[in-house]
Design a protein around this ligand. Structure first.
Ligand SMILES: [Fe+2]
Length: 212
């Protein structure tokens, strides 16, 4: 099955309905911004597919997603060959730990290299391999994360790390620092940048280096 507008709209509907069912900070804003986007057939375009090493764990994460939404797991599996996986240009193993670049990537469904261009709005997938620490970072865009796999740990604003459940809504207001840790289970999460999407994420460690 190849990706088409109907398949991607089905994924977006499942995400919206799932978020609405879960509720929490940021859900209303995400739904408002989703409603403002053009997801018509005319706006659909196929990404230029691009893989990254961490895509090796995608099937494992989709198996875990089946427990939460088997239909979404099947739809993401069908769309997967078309995804353009990418990494943030300022991220390096020197800062994030040896092998991080082998264990991290994101793919946009909306915005950038995604299936729809988006209007100052990005929605995509984050993949993080096992036993990784995605260090504190921040960005102007308010951000919602929705883990599709269980057992990841998250913190914001320098608080202690808290284990988040599969399907729990995590909201990061603009410029608030946040970090993520995985254990044995790799992480697949939906992320949404609701506005102010033109500025990339910045690692706090780079600010420390700049001050030194
Ligand atoms: Fe973020």
């Amino acid at each position: 099955m190849t990706a088409d507008a109907g398949l991607v709209r089905d994924i977006l509907d499942r995400i919206e309905n799932g978020l609405a069912a879960c509720g929490g900070d940021g859900v209303a804003e995400v739904r408002e911004r989703l409603a403002a986007q053009d997801f018509s057939d005319a706006a659909f375009r196929m990404p230029a597919p691009a893989a990254k090493p961490v895509v090796r764990v995608l099937d494992k994460t989709l198996k875990a997603l089946k427990a939460m939404d088997a239909g979404m797991a099947d739809a993401l599996s069908a769309a997967a060959p078309a995804l353009h996986w990418a990494q943030s240009a300022s991220y390096s193993d020197d800062i994030l730990g040896e092998g991080f670049s082998q264990n991290y990537a994101w793919a946009q469904l909306v915005g950038g290299d995604g299936f729809f261009a988006g209007d100052d709005f990005q929605l995509g997938l984050l993949l993080l391999g096992p036993d990784r620490h995605y260090l504190d970072h921040y960005h102007p865009a308010p951000e919602l994360y929705w883990p599709l796999t269980p057992g990841s740990l998250w913190r914001k604003g320098g608080s202690d790390f808290v284990e988040r459940q599969q399907g729990e809504v995590i909201w990061h207001p603009s410029m608030v620092t946040h970090a993520t840790i995985t254990r044995k289970q790799p992480l697949l999460a939906v992320y949404v940048w609701t506005r102010q999407t033109e500025t990339s994420a910045r690692l706090c460690a780079l600010d420390e280096t700049a001050k030194a």
